[in-house]
Design a protein around this ligand. Structure first.
Ligand code: NAD
Ligand code: SER
Length: 316
């Protein structure tokens, strides 16, 4: 049975991933951690929770020695929009946090799973059907840390034999925890506003396409890659994965099919728009499909139906 330490476990992904992992591997085998104990009871109380600042390598080591996990899923990070407002913070948390996790993993024989992002690409990357192996010259600090993180993880695999694996997540859409300050967050907020107020002001321009994914597919991706046969992996850090690509007007049209009175206007945020334009329109995820059987379940209509159903209950 696996034992897994999750850093940044109270964020958008961690809040759901910890519960998903506990269902598979048992409550006591999943150690949630974050910089502060601010999060839902079900994550904090149903299994072990530890306060861990990933900038404190000694503390990570202490927790690893206490629980002896065989995997660290490293989620603690600063996302794109927050990172552009505070590049020094993004560099510190994303780079030194990852370095500390890799060092502790190396010393304690743990595998490491950490997500990269569509942000690892930049304006000179081919925009459509972006290949697995291609130009990676991002223009955001977040993206710089994601490319450097991918390289660092591969380095620890080749140099020290640490079993490092990762995916390049697209924008993730979910209804449990709110997103933590990314560029793709509009695709979550639009559902909340559609259900609550029947109107939304979008900060991303019409015609701006980005890859997206519903959280259940993202959780499944983490476990499927974690459990994949290492002999089949040609790539490691990190695999392109996607489930759908849409622009604001597409998600608006889909929501309107279920909530006909929904309206949307635009008030473009120039920083987030510039970030969005620097990212691919759509990824080619053939390598993930071939090497570990990646296959998403949710497309835009299926996700929209489920998000609206779930949020209608949550926001009642
Ligand atoms: P989030 O912002 O929702 O959560 C990050 C968590 O990290 C927060 O709970 C925060 O408290 C914690 N944290 C911040 N600084 C810390 C520190 N010094 N020590 C310990 N914890 C700290 O992020 P998320 O959306 O859950 O993303 C998790 C990972 O997935 C990140 O690496 C992110 O880049 C990647 N990712 C996310 C998305 C997405 O759409 N959510 C897309 C691509 C990649
Ligand atoms: N959703 C993330 C962001 O917008 C992509 O990594 O920052």
């Amino acid at each position: 049975m696996r034992k897994i330490l999750v850093t940044g476990a109270l964020g958008q992904i961690g809040t759901e991933l910890v519960l998903y992992l506990r269902e598979i591997y048992g409550n006591l085998n999943i150690i949630a951690s974050d910089i502060a104990p601010k999060g839902p009871e079900k994550v904090l109380k149903a299994g072990p929770f530890e306060i861990v600042n990933v900038l404190d390598a000694k503390r990570i080591n202490e927790v690893v020695e206490k629980y002896k996990p065989d995997v660290i899923i490293h989620l603690a990070a600063i996302l794109s929009a927050v990172g552009e407002n505070n590049p020094a913070l993004a560099w510190n948390v994303n780079m030194y946090g990852l370095y500390n996790v890799l060092e502790v993993a190396k010393s304690n024989g743990c595998a490491v799973f950490t997500p990269s992002s569509i942000a690892a690409f930049g304006p000179s990357t081919p925009k459509d059907k972006t290949p697995q192996d291609t130009i990676q010259r991002p223009t955001t600090m977040y993206g710089v840390t994601k490319v450097a993180g991918e390289l660092l993880c591969d380095y620890y695999f080749y140099k020290y034999g640490v079993d490092t694996r990762g995916v390049r997540f697209p924008g993730l859409i979910s209804y449990e925890a709110l997103p933590g300050g990314g560029t793709t967050d509009y695709a979550v907020h639009i559902y909340y506003e559609a259900v609550k107020n029947k109107k939304y002001t979008c900060y991303i321009k019409e015609g701006t396409y980005m890859d997206m994914m519903y959280m259940p597919d993202a959780l499944n991706a983490v476990v499927t890659l974690l459990e994949a046969n290492p002999d089949k992996l040609i790539h490691r850090n990190a695999f392109n994965i996607t489930a759908m690509s849409f622009a604001p007007e597409d998600i608006y049209a889909e929501i309107k099919k279920i909530i006909p009175e929904f309206t949307m206007d635009y008030n473009i945020d120039p920083i987030k728009q510039k970030i969005a334009e620097s990212w691919p329109n759509s990824l080619d995820d053939t390598a993930a499909r071939e090497e570990w059987g990646w296959k998403p379940k949710y497309d835009l209509p299926l996700m929209t139906k489920d998000m609206i159903e779930k949020l209608s209950i949550k926001l009642k």
